[in-house]
Design a protein around this ligand. Structure first.
Ligand code: FAD
Length: 288
């Protein structure tokens, strides 16, 4: 297969594909429709590429990206029931679709993540966690392609998961699909709505964001430290520390990546000066 048979798009606006609504164009954008496609693209782009999931944890540069961007096509957006308690979910499947499925099938396991605008691959790579549960808790195994193009199944016991990270992320593996073990539960609809309401109450959905910007340092919540510095509502260019959740930076008015970066530096400096704590970023930056 040659590159010409692949879906290669040019000049794709990344601000339309990220929850922050920020970012320049990807000069080269590959939509992969099969495992062979992925292997081929990896052989062409060598190790320098970005991989896009739901775009909900990214701060993308305002400049156009010369680094190629790869994303999974619709073939990887599916849910399959394998047996009584195990489902297989494609890496490109939006979490919202999985939640609707689990309501229909009365499966519990994903409800803590209700409202997170992510896809399955991104949730696993980041080991997303929410309201006391991390996604790795319900995982059985993942099917991946490593950056050299080798494919294979990795059992959960062979993956190390940390706070917003995983060995899969460090190895830059691409998640094709994952199997999850779920439990039947009649009251799942109420549980999903409970967590959805809780998220909308506590987090800022009024303006675009990438969720929490900083990791919680040991013994503290980053939101508490930022709030104690009087930074809620602090604005820099089009970016603002959310009034509702101090660990959210929101795109208040056509913010640029440079506005968010500037605000991040101010927040870090104020928190360091007041508490002597260095905040570490949770969001991922894509530079040119
Ligand atoms: C309103 C809001 C609320 C949020 N709440 C939470 C929360 O409660 N808990 C939490 O943990 N996070 C939360 N987030 C952050 C974000 O949703 C998570 O980090 C999520 O895991 C990112 O998934 P994604 O599909 O959007 O990935 P992206 O943002 O597209 O990418 C994130 C990383 O995953 C990689 N990646 C994506 N898909 C794949 C794949 N198939 N294979 C290999 N690598 C891949 C990317 O290369 C990148 O390194 C929130 C974000 C928003 C906007």
């Amino acid at each position: 297969m040659s590159l010409r048979q692949l879906e290669v798009r040019q000049d794709i606006y990344l601000n339309k594909l990220t929850s922050f609504r920020i970012g320049g164009k990807a000069k080269l954008f590959f939509v992969v429709h099969s495992v062979d496609d992925i292997k081929l693209v990896l052989s062409k782009v060598s190790s320098k590429f970005y991989f896009l999931g739901g775009g909900s944890n990214l701060l993308v540069s305002d400049e156009d990206l010369s680094t190629p961007v790869i994303t999974l096509g619709k073939e990887f957006d599916y849910i399959k029931k394998l047996d009584e308690n195990i489902i297989e979910v494609g890496g490109a499947t939006p979490l919202s679709k999985v939640l609707n499925y689990t309501i229909k099938e009365k499966f519990c396991g994903f409800e803590n993540f209700s409202g997170v605008p992510a896809r399955i691959g991104g949730l696993l790579i980041m080991n997303a966690s929410s309201f006391g549960r991390s996604i790795s808790e319900i995982l059985e195994e993942v099917f991946v392609i490593d950056r050299c193009g080798n494919r294979g199944v990795i059992k959960k016991k062979d993956i190390s998961f940390g706070y917003r990270t995983s060995s899969l992320k460090e190895e830059r593996s691409i998640i094709i699909n994952a199997k999850f073990r779920l439990v039947k539960f009649d009251g799942i609809r109420e549980r999903v709505y409970f967590y959805l309401r809780k998220r909308f109450r506590e987090q800022d959905f009024d303006f675009p964001s990438a969720g929490c910007v900083f990791k919680n340092p040991k013994d503290f919540s980053a939101a508490y430290l930022i709030e104690q510095c009087g930074l809620k509502g602090f604005t820099y260019g089009g970016a603002q520390v959310s009034f509702k959740h101090a660990n959210f930076i929101v795109n208040r008015a056509n913010a640029k990546a440079k506005d968010v970066s500037g605000l991040i530096e101010i927040v870090k400096e104020k928190v360091y000066n007041k508490f002597g704590i260095v905040l570490e970023e949770e969001i991922e930056r894509w530079e040119i």
